[in-house]
Design a protein around this ligand. Structure first.
Ligand code: G4P
Length: 541
């Protein structure tokens, strides 16, 4: 089976999408920290012509650290906590790469980003295989039936045997894995990859600049003699033995199964030296789905629909300390967007004029006049937009599957200087709207919330850091020692009984709805069992 050779050939998708939509590819990279996501991202940008010399993303990262205190936290912790979107063109494709934070405590952000993606690249280290964080993210992808493309990284140095890795991946992932490319290894380092469908070998030329620029590739038809000539007889024998095994016992190539997330194609390479990156990118973009439909209440929003629809999957305040603004990231699900488009915000039913939207390249922003289904645009927001909001020009739509996460950490927040209270309130409100934390108060009559909830502990560190550096409010947190929140409903007597028990605490959310905090899951189950007429919900309606 052969794949088309460029974007125009994939343009006639069965849904006869507009060519502008058919050439879009919107995806995220999922991996465990240190597997090489930053390096691969940089190389994709390099190959997309969006960066001239790789190393720039990291250099920029360092530059940003110098100018932004907020990002200093990233540096201190050695983690990436912001999500950005990068757009570039490659061989006729318009690529939207959604960058996700690597740290587990930011899973909320990452999971929502996966809702905005149409497929994902799963990056694994050749020594470690599927690690914890990758496994969690993969589960989210699998539940959403997101097509996955696996890339085994760091093949420039000794790792597990490729056949062993393939077996381990299948076992771990619970889905069939098919080798799209196969490595030719000599002295435990990658020399070439065999394109199994096209029967060709891509030979990589070692460059002198440590992967800062594109690597030269020589391509030859697959033959034992040729591999032996380039390497040695034993390397050619081993490669052909492995290829023979894959042909005999491996899974069949099935493009439909790949695009529906039922089969995972496997690639090998080294992001650091660029080996294998270009053949992977070429193949991946051809196979990756064009923008896919999204479930809405009562049906489906299809990218081919004429009316504009989109949803907000992330809000970020003060992205750039020089701008001090909030950006709402909108994934366009259908239709065409032009600057100034007059749409409706589903939650309020009010008109929303989308002026001066932005698109992103690495950390740079550019105004965008025109965007299509599959793209992500950034809207300036003054507090009107919320995560999960639907925006549309035609019939009202409500998107069905934007995941929500219950907070698991709760702390009281206090400040030394009472005069800074208004700043604290503004900071908390804005960060809560962004989805960075959730707010609760002990007394429904009190206007000032004083309890914050977060999905991960690290969110608290970020909160304190941002309050101090962006809002000028040094604050302190003290843990409540509670880990489960349940919104409660039921008759007054049942609610009263539930409140009176030990090991729980009554709070009110931003909309004054009562929420009970419990010390652990056992206490939640106990409350459910003992209190007749009480309804405990993980999320409010
Ligand atoms: P992450 O975003 O997934 O956390 O990983 P990142 O790209 O920052 O890479 C983590 C480490 O792995 C880096 O080394 C990076 O150079 C290295 N790396 C990435 N891809 C490859 C590869 O293909 N082969 C090899 N051998 N190493 C790779 P570091 O020493 O932590 O950082 P640095 O000093 O190189 O920047």
């Amino acid at each position: 089976m052969t794949a088309p050779t460029d974007a125009t050939e994939t343009a006639e998708a069965p849904r006869a999408l507009h060519p502008e939509i058919a050439r879009r590819r919107t995806f995220a990279i999922i991996s465990h920290p240190d597997a090489g996501k930053t390096t691969l991202t940089e190389k994709l940008l390099l190959y997309g012509g969006a960066l001239h010399l790789a190393g720039t993303v990291k250099a920029r990262r360092a530059e940003r650290h110098a100018t932004s205190d907020w990002l200093a936290l990233e540096k201190e912790r050695g983690i990436s906590v912001t999500t950005s979107v990068m757009q570039f063109d490659y061989h006729g494709f318009r690529v939207n790469l959604l960058d996700t934070p690597g740290h587990g405590d930011f899973s909320e952000d990452t999971y929502r980003t996966l809702v905005a993606a149409d497929c994902a690249i799963m990056l694994v280290d050749n020594r470690k295989g599927v690690e914890e964080r990758t496994r969690q993210l993969y589960e989210v992808c699998r539940r959403r039936r997101l097509p996955i493309f696996a890339f085994v990284n760091k093949c420039d140095r000794v790792g597990q045997e490729p056949l062993e890795l393939l077996g381990l991946l299948e076992q771990e992932l619970g889905l069939p894995v098919v080798a799209a490319m196969w490595p030719v290894m000599e002295n435990d380092t990658l020399q070439a990859v065999v394109d199994r469908r096209r029967n060709i070998v891509h030979w990589f030329q070692r460059g002198g600049d440590h992967g800062a620029s594109r690597v030269a590739i020589e391509t030859s038809p697959l033959s034992h003699e040729d591999i032996a000539r380039h390497t040695s007889q034993s390397v050619a024998d081993k490669t052909f033995d492995e290829l023979g095994l894959l042909d005999a016992a491996g899974h069949e190539w099935n493009e439909e199964a790949i695009t529906t997330g039922a089969l995972i194609p496997l690639y090998f390479g080294s992001a650091l030296t660029n080996f294998g990156v270009e053949p992977f990118l070429d193949d991946f973009l051809k196979l990756a789905p064009a923008p896919t439909p999204r479930a809405i209440e009562g049906g489906v929003a299809d990218p081919g629909d004429e009316a504009f629809t989109g949803f907000v999957f992330k809000i970020q305040a003060n992205m750039d300390p020089k701008h001090r603004d909030r950006i709402a990231f909108v994934r366009i699900v259908s239709g065409h967007f032009e600057a100034g488009l007059q749409a409706t915000l589903g939650r309020t039913g009010k008109p929303l004029r989308m002026n001066l939207p932005q698109t992103f390249l690495a950390q740079e922003r550019m105004h965008v006049d025109d965007a299509w289904a599959g793209d992500v645009i950034g809207l300036h927001d003054r507090g009107t937009l919320r995560i999960g909001d639907a925006i549309f020009t035609g019939k009202p739509v409500a998107f069905a599957d934007i995941p929500r996460f219950p907070p698991e950490h709760f702390s009281r927040i206090t400040i030394k200087d009472p005069l800074r209270r208004p700043h604290l309130d503004t900071g908390l409100r804005q960060l809560a709207e962004e989805g960075a934390i959730q707010l609760f108060k002990g007394d429904p009559q009190a206007s000032v919330p004083d309890i914050v909830g977060a999905v991960g502990q690290l969110q608290f560190d970020v909160l304190l850091h941002r309050l101090e550096h962006e809002y000028g409010v040094p604050a302190k947190l003290s843990s409540l020692g509670m880990s489960h929140a349940r919104w409660i409903e039921g008759d007054a007597a049942a609610v009263q009984r539930a409140i009176m028990m030990r090991d729980r605490m009554l709070l009110y959310d931003a909309k004054d709805r009562p929420v009970l905090l419990f010390t652990n899951g056992f206490a939640v189950r106990w409350a459910e069992r003992e209190s007749d007429g009480l309804v405990l919900k993980e999320f409010p309606d």
